[in-house]
Design a protein. Structure first.
Length: 118
């Protein structure tokens, strides 16, 4: 099961890198030998921020599933506010875990290595 999810993750990761690089190519290319203009960089930033915001908003509307993988019907007693509070708590709670705090330097090192070496 982990191998299947691992393959799906890396497939999506590579696909998003491909699409992001194509968007960067088309938005920054101005036909003057590889130079870019300031307006192209601003437009690229705006497109990426809009894409990220849309993805974040869509994530909030995902349906919860039970242990069998079936979608659960929304309970009328749970309102939108309590759902947002529950989601916020589940996102913030791991940040106070000691193991998570200890792995932050490793994650930062890995990100810096990929940014500057590759």
């Amino acid at each position: 099961m982990i191998g299947n999810f691992n393959g799906e993750f890396w497939g999506m990761f590579a696909g998003h890198q491909f699409v992001g690089n194509l968007m960067s190519l088309f938005l920054l290319k101005d036909g003057t030998g590889g130079t870019t203009s300031g307006s192209g960089t601003t437009l690229l930033y705006i497109v990426f921020v809009c894409s990220m915001t849309l993805g974040t908003i869509l994530m909030c509307f995902l349906q919860k599933r039970n242990a069998k993988g079936e979608e659960t019907l929304p309970d009328s007693s749970i309102n939108f506010y309590s759902s947002i509070v529950s989601l916020s708590k589940s996102v913030i709670a791991p940040l106070f875990n000691l193991r998570m705090l200890l792995i932050i330097p490793l994650i930062a090192y890995s990100g810096l290595q990929q940014a500057f070496v590759w």
